[in-house]
Design a protein around this ligand. Structure first.
Ligand code: NAI
Ligand code: MG
Length: 374
């Protein structure tokens, strides 16, 4: 008998509720067939919360997010909300969750399912079997560092236009150590291999990054194989030979770019899950939010066309990282793999040869059926 797992489900806007409905089928399956007990709460975020309450995230929902083991989020935003003031835009709900839960480690897997290897922008030989995990620092670095702003550049006669734009890359040793620990912990559950990326050749913050990651390794994770790489070389290596990597840990800016590049090695946006983890809670589980990488896809919302796999694989990450149900997570990933191998495709996964796409709900049903066959 397992513990009870508490989950806050925030479907959000656009295709968010459509893909989340398929995740709920999967959760129900695990509850009914694997003796897991889920304590599920539902809430509103983004435009849906704004429509109901005039704010993209209420204090009550924020308090629930603090109390549960994991938050599962669909997507937020849409053209209807573009006119709103910045302070109540749907994205602010997402940002508030990330900030107040202090989710400093953003996990972006890039996994190539064999049935989709021809979808990659790279050759099948380069990407088949790819399974890497990028850990991006999410709460600090150049997107947050002070000073920042756009200023008049005094009376500098050499500056045509007369203005200067400033952002500051700033990292404390503590910020680096905690995300390094996340990466080493994840590596121990995988292949015990971490590559840390920065630009220690030209940035002091990069020198500190390298030293602190090495410190955490030497003092706490000497069993993990650690290498360092300059991030520009890392970008090249990701495209040249991505399978050389297992866990990559890097800062907020480089991680933003490298994780988007790595995502495209594997095909459709509709396939990409993510997790954001923070510090361990009293029960030992990390603060956590799981969400697909894609947005609310207003162009296909309400048409039953959305691919629910990104959201379903995000729940697989919750099973693994919040609930320590690694076997269940792998079973779910195998079920997705099997359905794809059987040729079941949502519209975003149709190749040039065409075929008949299945609906969002059918894809969910097929994955649940594949779980039952395993
Ligand atoms: P998007 O990810 O929503 O869509 C980009 C393209 O990918 C669209 O053609 C869409 O139809 C397709 N797509 C996305 N997810 C799919 C899925 N599961 N299955 C099939 N096709 C899928 O990004 P876009 O269009 O830039 O943004 C739309 C809205 O979403 C905006 O309001 C934006 O602010 C918001 N957004 C929200 C995010 C979040 O909630 N984390 C992330 C990115 C965008
Ligand atoms: Mg990005």
């Amino acid at each position: 008998m397992s513990d009870s797992y508490s989950l806050l489900i925030l479907p959000g806007d656009g295709i968010g509720p459509e893909v989340m409905a398929e995740v709920v089928k999967v959760i129900d399956w695990f509850g009914a067939n694997r003796g897991m007990s889920f304590d599920i709460r539902h809430g509103l975020v983004g435009g849906a919360a704004y429509d109901a309450h005039g704010t993209p995230l209420t204090d009550e929902t924020m308090a629930e997010a603090q109390a549960v083991d994991a938050v599962l989020l669909g997507a937020v935003g849409g053209p209807k909300y573009d006119v709103l003031d910045f302070s109540v835009k749907p994205e602010r709900g997402l940002l508030r969750l990330r900030k107040e839960l202090d989710l400093y480690a953003n996990l972006r897997p890039a996994q190539c399912f064999d049935a989709l290897a021809d979808f990659s922008s790279l050759k099948r030989e380069v990407v088949a079997g790819l399974d890497i995990l990028i850990v991006r620092e999410l709460t600090s670095g150049v997107y947050f560092g002070e000073p920042r702003g756009i200023h008049a550049d005094g009376n500098n006669p050499d500056n045509e236009g007369g203005r200067v734009g400033i952002n500051t890359q700033r990292y404390t040793s503590g910020e680096i150590r905690r995300v390094a620990r996340s990466a080493f912990e994840l590596a121990r559950r995988r292949n015990n291999k971490v590559c840390s990326m920065e630009k220690a050749n030209v940035m002091e913050s990069g020198i500190l990054w390298r030293e602190e990651v090495q410190w955490v390794h030497d003092n706490e994770y000497p069993d993990v194989d650690l290498t360092h790489m300059y991030a520009d070389n890392g970008a090249m290596q990701l495209v040249r030979n991505p399978r050389q990597f297992d866990v990559i840990v890097t800062d907020n800016l480089f991680g933003d770019l490298l994780s988007d590049a790595a995502a495209m090695l594997t095909g459709s946006l509709g396939m990409l899950p993510s997790a954001s983890l923070g510090a361990p809670m009293a029960n030992g589980r990390p603060k956590a939010m799981y969400e697909p990488v894609h947005g609310s896809a207003p162009d296909i919302a309400g048409q039953g066309k959305a691919n629910p796999i990104a959201c379903i694989l995000s729940f697989a990450m919750a099973l693994r990282y919040s609930f320590d149900e690694g076997q269940a997570a792998s079973d779910l990933e195998r079920a997705v793999e099997k359905v794809l191998a059987d040729g079941v495709r949502t519209a975003d996964l149709m190749g040039p040869d065409g075929g008949t796409p299945v609906s969002t709900a059918e894809m969910g049903d097929r994955i649940v059926a594949a779980l039952s066959q395993a």
